[in-house]
Design a protein around this ligand. Structure first.
Ligand code: ADP
Length: 436
């Protein structure tokens, strides 16, 4: 028990005893108790009154002087007040720091009200990039201020795993990458980043690759031509046959790399002219499988083709040809002689599905997330010796992205791999609409 309480109880007991004794002397116990407890009660009321006045004043820091239990009460409240003041000071400091951080943030940050599109708060970068004005735009719906269709679709989709890029409403030359982050259940924070510099760098890189590939094409054609002439000339063919043939193989490889680089550049930079034309996928796969059998040659892979001939889709034929042939030829390249390869094209509930399965070398799980990167190879020696450029799956990824789908990879080392993609059901069309 707290000391002051013990003292108070003792005081109470002592007063009661004194009161009773006085009462006995005066032959009236009630009077005795009244005489003793009236000043006691008055003392408590007096202190209660001082406490109320002290709390009301608020500004007075030191508590009133008192004694007994009241000294304890004043002291405790005083300590609580001090702790509160300290906490408030810390909170104020934190708020100031938070405010300074948000002002210094290069990214625009906008907080929306709970379960609503109304704007609650934004930082200075949001004023700069999104043109919000304080206090005019507080409480405005964000969809009234950022009206770009891509942003509105993103905002209303409720799926914020991806980001969206739109031009800044303040300056069309600035590209903003916007991400919405849901938090605390029903709140949303919008972050917008200026991507203009990154985009310029990316464009410079793309232009560089496209230009280098283009510039290499002519010298390579000339070298190939002369190599053929030299091999045909009997005196050179006899003396330098193996060297010239090796040079020819390497030149062809360089040619394929240049072709693939140019195709990748086109896929990255060009907005498709034709959005979608009817593609006879079954017929296309038949032609790819014929080429794959030629590629397999003496290795005699068992290549099966299982297609639905009546299943056609809207897409860009040359791109799909590139993607599917890369996947089928890879299956031949990475499956030992006599292995099984199955190419299928079927309709499913989720949409048309293309798949290539092989009983090849397989891929270890940690390589899978990276094999669609340019020049990423699990085994560079094997890839080169099998005529790979290291760009095949990067091309596949881009083509599929341009068809709003993704490559799914399942593989087990030593057992085989399965590469598949599913096209949206809306792409399905009747094969009768084919134009050729
Ligand atoms: P490459 O020209 O080297 O084949 P790709 O981009 O087509 O380049 O493929 C990247 C890497 O992925 C390959 O080097 C290979 O290691 C692996 N790979 C691709 N397809 C298969 C497959 N069907 N089986 C096993 N590994 C594969």
């Amino acid at each position: 028990m707290i000391d002051s309480w013990r003292d108070e109880i003792w005081r109470f007991v002592a007063l009661t005893v004194v009161g009773v004794l006085l009462g006995l002397l005066a032959d009236n116990v009630a009077l005795g108790l009244l005489l003793v407890f009236a000043p006691y009660l008055a003392w408590h009321l007096y202190n209660l009154n001082r406490l109320v006045r002290w709390l009301r004043q608020g500004k007075q820091f030191t508590p009133p002087e008192s004694s007994g239990i009241w000294d304890d009460v004043f002291e405790h409240i005083f300590r609580l007040q001090q702790r509160n003041r300290k906490r408030k000071r810390n909170l104020r400091r934190m708020l100031k720091r938070f405010h300074k951080i948000t002002v210094a943030l290069p990214d625009a940050a906008v907080e929306l009200q709970p379960s609503s599109e109304e704007i609650e708060w934004w930082n200075s970068a949001a004023a700069k990039y999104l043109g919000f004005v304080y206090p005019r735009d507080t409480g405005q719906r964000i969809s009234n201020l950022l009206r770009h269709p891509a942003f509105l679709a993103y905002l209303h989709s409720g799926n914020y795993d991806q980001e969206v890029e739109i031009p800044s409403p303040v300056n069309e030359d600035i590209t903003l990458r916007i991400r919405i982050i849901p938090y605390s259940g029903n709140r949303r924070l919008l972050i917008a980043r200026d991507m203009t510099r990154m985009q310029k760098l990316e464009r410079t890189r793309e232009d560089f690759v496209a230009n280098v590939s283009h510039e290499l094409r002519t010298p390579l054609t000339v070298i190939s031509g002369y190599l053929e002439t030299l091999l045909d000339a009997p005196e050179c063919g006899e003396a330098f046959g193996p060297q010239l043939r090796s040079m020819q193989v390497q030149t062809e490889r360089m040619n394929r790399i240049v072709e693939d680089l140019m195709l990748l550049s086109r896929l990255e930079s060009e907005v498709p002219k034709v959005d979608a034309e009817p593609v006879q996928v079954g017929r296309m796969l038949q032609s790819i499988v014929n080429q794959a059998r030629e590629l397999s040659g003496l290795e005699a892979h068992r290549i099966e083709l299982d297609v639905d001939p009546d299943l056609c889709i809207k897409g860009r034929e040359p791109e799909l040809y590139s993607a599917f042939s890369n996947l089928v030829f890879n299956a031949v390249r990475y499956t030992p002689a006599g292995g099984r390869i199955k190419v299928s094209w079927k309709d499913t509930e989720q949409g048309p599905r293309f798949a290539v399965e092989d009983s090849g070398v397989g891929i270890e799980p940690h390589h899978i997330p990276r094999i669609t990167e340019r020049f990423y190879r699990v085994d560079a020696g094997r890839s080169r010796s099998r005529g790979g450029t290291g760009l095949g799956l990067a091309i596949v990824k881009h083509v599929l992205l341009r068809h709003q789908t993704v490559l799914e990879i399942n593989s087990e080392p030593g057992v085989g791999s399965a590469f598949q993609c599913r096209f949206a059901p809306q792409r399905r069309i009747s094969c009768d609409q084919d134009t050729d």
